[in-house]
Design a protein around this ligand. Structure first.
Ligand code: DC
Length: 230
């Protein structure tokens, strides 16, 4: 089957990464979680004096960008690539509620987006890639053969994220997680640079009432249809 580029965008906690991993494993494609890259930059900012008295010092982060090295390294036991920030594995640290609460502010910074988009384009230059994020079908790979836009209600998404965090032992409340999901939706869709919008040629999937298997089979069918036409 001919190799294609698959762009998966959508709101937070819509299960983009679950679907993307399933597709990449099944097709033998590379999987890239671009949210992890923005999260790693947010973690760097939190650890390197870019937050002063609760306010975000953008300029310090912009000046530090050349010192931020992001890499994905495949973990054969887990079956996916983990995020490394300046050679340290940060896969767990980037998933905390503190990083989740701060990351949208970092993702608004154009200089950050320019750096990450450039690295993402480079990773996808040979196709055979599934990339998920917010601007993949619109900015990173506007020519992707398959673009999926995933949605689900805010409460469904907050419940999923809450269950994940509780399973990891994080002390959070459902209300806190819902507020975080809603706040991120707002910032992601209202920012000036690359706001979250559905690409005109994307296929929308609302998975509020679809299980993982149904969703995977639906998208796999789309992949085979597209592969036949190119
Ligand atoms: O998918 P996620 O929740 O891990 O993403 C973390 C944050 O990064 C989210 O608030 C939106 C932002 N993001 C983005 O602006 N562009 C991307 N391509 C991926 C994520």
């Amino acid at each position: 089957m001919k190799k294609i580029t698959i762009a998966i965008d959508g709101f937070s906690s819509t299960g983009k990464s679950t679907l993307a991993k399933q597709l990449a494993n099944h097709l033998g494609y590379i999987y890239v979680d671009t949210g992890a890259m923005y999260r790693a930059v947010a973690l760097f900012a939190m650890q390197n004096g870019c937050i002063n008295a609760d306010s975000f010092d953008k300029q310090t982060l912009i000046n530090s960008l050349p010192n931020i090295k992001l890499q994905f390294k495949f973990n054969t036991d887990l079956g996916f690539a983990e995020m490394y920030l300046n050679e340290a594995n940060v896969e767990t640290e980037i998933r905390t509620i503190e990083v989740s609460s701060f990351v949208s502010k970092v993702a608004e910074v154009s200089e950050v987006r320019t750096k990450l988009v450039e690295q993402q384009k480079e990773m996808g230059k040979d196709k055979a890639i599934v990339m998920d994020g917010r601007d993949i079908g619109t900015v990173v790979f506007p020519d992707a053969e398959l673009k999926i836009f995933m949605t689900a209600s805010a409460t469904t998404r907050a419940q999923r994220r809450y269950d994940e965090l509780v399973a990891k032992g994080d002390a959070v409340t459902f209300e806190e997680v819902l507020a975080n999901v809603e706040e991120r939706d707002y910032i992601d869709t209202h920012r000036k640079d690359s706001p979250l919008v559905m690409a005109e040629d994307a296929i929308e999937i609302d998975n509020s009432h679809l299980n993982r298997k149904e969703q995977f089979e639906l998208v796999l069918e789309l992949v085979s249809e597209i592969a036949k036409t190119i």
